[in-house]
Ligand binder design. Structure first.
Ligand code: ADP
Length: 240
């Protein structure tokens, strides 16, 4: 997309949001029948599925750990998810995102409960508009809970950043591309622990504090929507 003349007009962003507003959020738990747990998430124009399989026997066997489960995450972008067709298959970016996703989710699990096994998390990006790693983490966290895997808490994730001097929440592609700073974060809401923090760009100390506060506020709203999605699934079950 070409650079717009301005990214902020009268304190509002190009999509009409205030700086501290999330994009429209939709979360549905348990939509894939063959997965042990699954979730679908829309964060603005991002559309993301997560599927969880396990705990199950580890293949290849030599990757198994005798005293704990291994969490394996695979983030993958569909070729049709972006404007220019993305070359299918793994690349450096998806390998990095798979790694940071695993590190963002692992602290809420109890790996010692399932020795020698693996929990597989597949994240599929169907439509991308910046913040796909955060949408993927939100979906994966709900999918893990939907799989009935014991968890200390969910993990909620959102990006914050700086656009034309203003700290903003949940950046769109155009804000990510032409703004100054993009800082994806994930947190464990109940403990207020950060499990993902990456930064592309610069912030002053003061801006950094403001950005962290904003991310915590955004994650709290996402957390409520995640819990609501899980509640809705199991309420429907009870009526069956
Ligand atoms: P995130 O999606 O987590 O923000 P990046 O900052 O790497 O991760 O990517 C920002 C956005 O750039 C993506 O959401 C997507 O819209 C776009 N993008 C990423 N990789 C590609 C690609 N290979 N081709 C076209 N667009 C891409």
């Amino acid at each position: 997309m070409d650079k717009p003349e301005k990214l902020m007009v009268d304190g509002k962003r190009l999509d009409g949001r205030a700086p501290e507003e999330l994009r429209p959020l939709k979360i549905v738990a348990g939509i894939l029948e063959r997965a042990d747990g699954s979730a679908y998430v829309e964060m603005g124009n991002n559309k993301v599925f997560a599927a969880v399989y396990g705990p199950r026997e580890m293949h290849p066997r030599h990757d198994a750990k005798p005293d704990m489960a291994v969490l394996r995450c695979r983030y993958s972008m569909a070729p049709f998810s972006v404007d220019d067709r993305k070359r299918p298959g793994p690349d450096r970016r998806s390998m990095e995102i798979s790694k940071v996703t695993r590190e963002a989710l692992a602290p809420v699990l109890f790996p010692e409960l399932y020795p020698r096994s693996v929990v597989d998390v597949f994240i599929e990006i169907l439509q991308a508009d910046a913040g796909t790693r955060t949408a993927g983490i939100n979906a994966a966290s709900v999918a893990l809970a939907d799989a009935g895997i014991p968890m200390k808490d969910l993990v909620a994730s959102v990006a914050v950043g700086k656009v034309e001097g203003t700290i903003v929440l949940d950046l769109t592609k155009v804000e990510d591309q032409y703004g100054t700073t993009d800082m994806p974060m994930a947190i464990i809401p109940r403990k207020k622990v950060i499990t993902l923090l990456q930064m592309d760009g610069h912030l002053t100390g003061e801006e950094f504090s403001r950005a962290i506060d904003l991310a915590f506020q955004g994650c709290q709203k996402i957390y409520e929507a995640q819990r609501q999605a899980l509640k809705e699934k199991y309420e429907v079950r009870r009526e069956d």
